[in-house]
Design a protein around this ligand. Structure first.
Ligand SMILES: O=C(O)[C@@H]1C=C(O)[C@@H](O)[C@H](O)C1
Length: 473
C-alpha cells in the first residue's frame, strides 16, 4: 500500500509518496497488530531493497530494530531516514511511559521516533501532545481511533514530524485515519502551525456533522489562522479542563452536551442563560469560558422566514405570534425553540420521551406538556406548527421520525432541526401530506453564522456558507 505522508518541516509541508514497508497494516507483523505473518528476513530484505531504490524513510518496529540494523549492517543510504516505531492498539499510556518509550526508541539509533497509540477517550490525545512538544528529536506521535483524529490534524501544531493520510477512504491502515484530501482541503494542514487556533464541535456522535467542512472553508476564505475539528467527547467538563489552553479558543456544542455546557461555562449570554442550553462556547484570552446560544435565532428565524417568506424574521409582528407551536424534544435544541417561540408570542406545547422533561420545559415557557404517544391524536386547532428538536431521523438512523405520518396533516408547517440528511423522513412525509416544510439546513447555516462571528470576530461569509451547506448536506 503506497502511503502519502504529509511531511512537516518548519511547517512547510512536502507531500511525498513514500513506500513504507510497515506503514500498511497488511505488512505490519501480526505481533505488532498487523496482518503480516511472514518471516523477518523477507521483510528486512524488502526494506533493504526499498532503501536501495531511494525511499526517503523506512519504518521498522522497535521490537526488531536492533535485528534490522544488524541485517543492513549499517549500510543505510544517508538520504534514507530510519523511523523506529511502536504501536499500541489498546490504549495510550501515561506521559511518563510515553517519554520512556521515546528514550528507548532513541537508544536503538532511530533518526525519527514514531509512537502510535489508541484513544479510548479524546483526552488521551493530550498526553501525546505533551510528549511531542518536549521531544528533543524528530517525532511522529499519532493516536488512533475516531477519538484520536485531533492528533493527526494538529500534528504540525505540536511539533510532529509528519502525519499520515490514506489515499483511499475505504483502505485505512489505522482506525480514525483521514484521507489526504481531507487533510489538505478541509483541514488545510499545510497552514497549521504552532500559532494555529483550535476550534471544533464537541458532540457524540460527531461524524454526521457538516460543521467541520462549513467552518474550515469559511476560515480559509477569510484567512483566519484556525482549524475546526470534529471532537468526539464522552465528557464535556473533562474535555474542556484537559484542553484548557487559550489556543483552544472556541467550540460548537451539540448532542448530548448543550445542557451540560451551562454548568461548564464561567459566564453566559443572557439568552443562553434563559434557555438553559448552550451551543457555542468561547474561551476568552483570560481563560474564562463564555456560553452562547445561536440555535435560538437560527431555528426561530428559519421558521419565521419559512412561514411568511424571506424577511419575515424582521417583521414588526412575528408570523409566529399567536400560533400554536408543538416542540418535540426537551433537550438543548428543544429548549432553544420553545424559548424562542414564546419570545415571538407563540403558545408552546412540548412533547418529549421523558414526560417529566416535557413538563419542566413547558412550565418554563408557560406552555403545556404532551406525552410523545399523544402526538398521534393531538389536534386542538388548525394552523399548528411542528418543530422536531430530537435527533430522530439523523444519520445514520434515517428511518426515525418523532410522529406518525397520518398526524402530519394536522399542521400548517413542519420544521426539523436535523439537517443530515437534508430531507429527513419527517420532512419527506410532511411534504407528501401537503404540509409546508422548513429544512434544518436553514437553521444550521443561520446558527453557524452566529458562531463564526463569535469564533473570529469577522462577519460570516453567508453566501459561501449557503453554497457549502447546499453542496455537502
Ligand atoms: O454541527 C452540528 O451538527 C451542530 C448542530 C447544532 O445543533 C448546532 O447547535 C451546533 O452549533 C452544530
Amino acid at each position: 500500500m503506497a502511503y502519502v505522508a504529509l511531511h512537516m518541516k518548519y511547517s512547510v509541508l512536502q507531500v511525498e509518496s513514500i513506500l513504507f514497508k510497515t506503514a500498511s497494516r497488511n505488512i505490519i507483523p501480526n505481533w505488532e497488530g498487523g496482518q503480516y505473518e511472514g518471516d523477518d528476513a523477507t521483510r528486512f530484505e524488502a526494506l533493504r531493497l526499498a532503501m536501495e531504490l531511494g525511499v526517503d524513510y523506512v519504518d521498522i518496529e522497535l521490537k526488531v530494530a536492533d535485528k534490522f540494523i544488524s541485517f543492513i549492517s549499517g549500510s543505510k543510504p544517508d538520504k534514507c531516514k530510519l523511523i523506529v516505531s511502536s504501536h499500541n492498539y489498546q490504549s495510550t499510556p501515561s506521559c511518563e511511559e510515553l517519554a520512556d518509550l521515546v528514550a528507548r526508541i532513541q537508544a536503538v539509533g532511530a533518526d525519527i521516533v514514531k509512537i502510535a497509540t489508541t484513544a479510548t477517550d479524546i483526552v488521551d490525545v493530550s498526553r501525546m501532545f505533551q510528549v511531542m512538544v518536549h521531544c528533543q528529536v524528530p517525532m511522529i506521535g499519532l493516536v488512533m481511533s475516531e477519538k484520536g483524529l485531533m492528533s493527526r490534524v494538529l500534528s504540525p501544531k505540536f511539533g510532529g514530524y509528519l502525519t499520515f493520510g490514506t489515499i483511499d477512504a475505504t483502505k485505512l491502515s489505522a482506525s480514525g485515519q483521514p484521507t489526504i484530501e481531507e487533510l489538505l482541503d478541509i483541514y488545510n494542514i499545510r497552514h497549521i502551525g504552532p500559532d494555529t487556533k483550535v476550534l471544533g464541535l464537541i458532540a457524540n456522535p460527531v461524524k454526521q456533522s457538516k460543521s467541520p467542512i462549513l467552518h474550515n472553508k469559511c476560515l480559509q476564505s477569510v484567512g483566519y489562522n484556525a482549524v475546526y475539528l470534529p471532537l468526539l467527547a464522552d465528557d464535556l467538563a473533562r474535555f474542556l479542563s484537559t484542553y484548557s489552553s487559550p489556543d483552544f479558543s472556541g467550540f460548537s456544542c451539540s448532542l448530548p452536551f448543550k445542557v451540560d455546557a451551562v454548568q461548564c461555562c464561567h459566564e453566559h449570554d443572557p439568552i443562553a442563560k434563559s434557555i438553559g442550553a448552550i451551543n457555542t462556547i468561547i474561551r476568552r484570552p483570560d481563560g474564562k469560558l463564555v456560553g452562547y446560544n445561536t440555535d435560538y435565532i437560527g431555528a426561530i428565524s428559519a421558521i419565521e422566514d419559512g412561514i411568511g417568506g424571506p424577511g419575515s424574521k424582521d417583521a414588526a409582528v412575528s408570523p409566529l405570534s399567536g400560533r400554536l407551536v408543538v416542540v418535540v424534544g426537551a433537550g438543548g435544541a428543544g429548549k432553544a425553540i420553545a424559548y424562542g417561540a414564546k419570545e415571538k408570542g407563540a403558545r408552546v406545547v412540548v412533547a418529549n420521551r421523558t414526560y417529566e422533561k416535557a413538563v419542566s420545559l413547558a412550565a418554563a415557557v408557560g406552555g403545556h406538556a404532551l406525552r410523545l404517544a399523544e402526538l398521534e391524536t393531538f389536534r386542538p386547532e388548525e394552523g399548528m406548527i411542528l418543530a422536531n428538536a430530537t435527533s430522530l431521523g439523523m444519520y445514520p438512523n434515517v428511518d426515525g421520525t418523532p410522529i406518525p405520518k397520518k398526524a402530519l396533516s394536522f399542521y400548517d408547517v413542519v420544521f426539523d432541526v436535523v439537517y443530515a440528511p437534508k430531507v429527513t423522513r419527517l420532512l419527506r412525509e410532511a411534504e407528501e401530506s401537503g404540509v409546508k416544510v422548513v429544512s434544518g439546513v436553514e437553521m444550521f447555516v443561520r446558527q453557524a453564522m452566529g458562531q463564526f462571528e463569535r469564533f473570529t470576530g469577522i462577519e460570516a461569509p453567508e453566501s459561501l456558507m449557503r453554497e457549502i451547506a447546499a453542496k455537502y448536506t
